[in-house]
Design a protein around this ligand. Sequence first.
Ligand SMILES: [Mg+2]
Length: 311
Amino acid sequence: MNRPTEDALVDEVRALLASDDALLVPPGHDCGAVELEGGVVVATTDALVEGVHFAPGTPWEAVGAKALLVNLSDLAAAAALPVGFEAAVVAPPDRAAEALPALARGLADVARRFACPCLGGDLNAGPGPVVVAVTVVGRPGPGGLVTRAGARAGDVLSVTGPLGGAGAGRHLAPRPRLEEAQTLVRHGVPHAMMDLSDGLGLDLARLARASGVGAWLDADAVPVHPDVVATARGSALEHALGDGEDFELLVAHAPLAATDTARLAAEGVTLLPVGRVVDRERGLRLRHGDETVPLVARGWDHLRAQDAEGA
Ligand SMILES: [Mg+2]
């Protein structure tokens, strides 16, 4: 049987859950947001499954930390700031006593570092692998929220750091770019933004789709993490484009003068240009010198359990 891609299935579910309510940011971005009297509430959620997102035997402290860090990365993508989190854990009864306190220590460590207190949680018994699901509630930073939808033709596409190094162990402790996102917004830089969780190839296709644009990546410009090596599964560039869990920000922005780039660098934000936003008709392409080839939206598709080609 031909299984749907992750994106196709998410589209189907999103259509079923679509509401007429005027949401500030509807489903389909890194965070949703609703405007209330007196403010805006931002929320995002992510589940980690043993054997999928972390190997059996991984220290539970690291799993707890990662469960919160990946959600904070989504807040960063929206230029939001943390308010608090809730965690739901499903674990076999005979493992809960060992796993829970250590998971909680990992969560508490990140919660303290990022001022994101625990608001509550839920513990359930289950027969299978341990699942840790975290929901983070946030608020817009002073410069407001950013979504995936504002990129326009002529924009530069940049990332905040080298890509593809997650395989070397970095994936257990991603660093959410919360401060970098605030700095970028303070300088009015992002037209659209997202965090790279499933690989630049697939995630860029998602940003382009949300913005209704095309995108051309420059193969020579993609910053490949020094830990990335070519394997039987692909070149170093293919790993940089296709491996998930980079958790760098992908930013679409107007071309920057050297003085702007220097000012951002002085505030700790490096923007590495990787390509350009183009009209939708020009599609998604990867440029090698004078030649371009279709950019296959490669990345981590959870339903196909491997790096797969997106729709
Ligand atoms: Mg995200």
